[in-house]
Design a protein around this ligand. Structure first.
Ligand code: GLU
Length: 481
């Protein structure tokens, strides 16, 4: 791979929401690109929309990035603290006649847009305030109208070379004189991003391709300011499995929610990396190192990526299955504490039991929270049975079987899973039933569920007394069915 010198990239989240999947994927590609070329990864918070930005969102975004292991080298910089810098640039554009004040009110603009639409005319800004004469300006000012600064779009065509999409161009007449500074003096996104990418010496702007139309405007600004633009790479959109825009319907949309639901940072990293990029073979489980080694912007796909929640769960399960039992235990203890099933003081004493449980449940876990879901009956008594299981496995004839089984179990001194398996199979054979005819009702009786880890693991972990109590309880339940 050819190393590119002095790579400087950035992620520029707007703290008007949580760190969503699209921003996280963009952050990840930028981070990988920076690390691969020994460059710098900059964090810039685009918080000029102070009304919609909040401290909690900023904190949550930073936390999401940290959780994914995307450490930044510079920043966080806050656009809200850089207003004077943007002003220098807007003043320059104004002085050079490349921007002009617009006094049109939002209401007037909306009305004109509506009538243009209904008359099938061009809806872009009609340049009413371009070349206002002094009297008109004075009148507007005396009316206390706010004034926004608009950028004047010159004639011609604008083009840029995208690393992923190749050349992208647009006729300037299809771009309106957009606002670069709002009437409250704050810059708009397009102006601030150009100033910041330039001031921060960003070499590659890597972001979602929903920004392509903004990039056109930004290229025009770079040209008007006679500063050079970074290279651009626009990442494909992320869609839900039904190919609609990713939304809550498809699962979580914020990265922290995935963390809270029990996804692992490494699995999430791996999954996000493959949203729009692949190593060129069919490898799916890849470590950070492998991804770093293989990644290139040229291999990023032009077409949309599909966010497949099931694939993420599968991948997470693969990562969990490779974890040490000790590490899984460490990760699930806060969840167990959260449920009130265990407290700090009891952890050491229950360590063997807990590790045993981890070993039994780990192969079935796709999320850390599955541990809670699958282990409830190891911490609490069973007080309900899955109805479909009751129908299938709690028949009258099972009563006799369970009663006989209790007698058998009472005799046992060895309650290890190996011995239990042997005992149960022998028991089934003697009574001329299939082992499954014993195992299913027993599973339902001791766990309340029809599926779970190996039954002999369950029995061994629960222990003799508990198993016999639960079988007795189930018998009572069946009797009154
Ligand atoms: N604040 C913008 C966003 O979150 C940044 C886009 C960009 O990277 O320029 O979409």
């Amino acid at each position: 791979m050819k190393k590119i010198e002095n790579v400087r990239v950035r992620i520029a989240p707007s703290p008007t929401g949580f760190l969503h999947v699209g921003t996280a994927r963009a952050a990840l590609y930028n981070w990988i690109f920076a690390r691969k070329h020994n460059g710098s990864f900059i964090l810039r918070v685009e918080d000029t929309d102070l009304k919609r930005s909040s401290k909690e969102m900023i904190e949550s975004i930073l936390e999401g990035l940290r959780w994914l292991g995307l450490d930044w080298d510079e920043g966080p910089f806050f656009q809200s603290e850089r207003l004077a810098i943007y002003r220098q640039y807007t003043e320059r554009l104004l002085k050079d006649g490349k921007a002009y004040y617009c006094y049109c009110t939002p209401q007037e603009l909306a009305e004109r847009r509506e009538s243009a639409k209904s008359e099938k005319r061009d809806v872009k800004y009609d340049r009413r305030c371009l070349g206002l004469i002094d009297n008109e300006r004075k009148r507007f000012e005396s009316e206390n109208r706010g004034r926004a600064l608009r950028f004047f779009i010159p004639e011609g065509e604008t083009a840029f070379q995208d690393i992923i999409h190749g050349e992208i161009k647009k006729k300037n007449r299809d771009i309106e004189d957009f606002v670069i500074m709002k009437s409250d003096g704050t810059p708009t996104y397009n102006l601030a991003v150009v100033v910041d990418d330039h001031e921060m010496a960003v070499t590659h702007t890597i972001r979602g391709d929903d920004h392509i139309s903004n990039t056109m405007k930004q290229v025009l600004l770079y040209n008007a300011l006679s500063i050079s633009a970074p290279r651009f790479a626009h990442l494909p959109l992320i869609l839900g499995k039904d190919r609609s825009k990713l939304s809550k319907r498809h699962g979580a949309v914020s990265v922290s929610q995935y963390r809270d639901e029990g996804f692992l940072s490494d699995a999430m990293f791996n999954f996000l990396a493959l949203l729009g990029w692949n190593p060129g073979d069919n490898r799916e489980i890849m470590s950070r190192e492998e991804i770093l080694e293989q990644f290139s912007l040229e291999r990023v796909s032009k077409t949309s990526a599909v966010f497949d929640q099931q694939k993420l769960e599968w991948m997470n399960g693969e990562y969990i299955s490779k974890m040490d039992n000790e590490d899984v235990l460490k990760a699930v203890i806060p969840l167990l504490k959260g449920e009130g099933w265990i407290d700090e003081g009891a952890i050491e004493q229950k360590r063997t039991f807990l590790l045993h449980l981890v070993a039994a449940l780990k192969p079935r876990m796709r999320k850390l929270t599955d541990f809670v879901k699958y282990s409830v009956y190891f911490f609490k008594d069973v007080d309900a049975y899955e109805p479909k299981g009751v129908k299938k496995h709690f028949a009258e004839k099972t009563l006799v079987l369970l009663e006989a089984l209790i007698e058998k179990l009472e005799e046992l001194t060895d309650f290890s899973k190996e011995h239990l398996e042997h005992v149960l199979r022998e028991f089934a054979e003697k009574r001329n039933v299939k082992p499954a005819q014993v195992i299913h009702p027993v599973r339902l009786a001791v766990s309340g569920m029809t599926v779970g880890p190996g039954i002999f693991d369950i029995l061994e972990i629960l222990g003799k007394e508990c198993v016999i109590n639960r079988l007795t309880k189930a018998i009572k339940y069946i009797k009154v069915l």
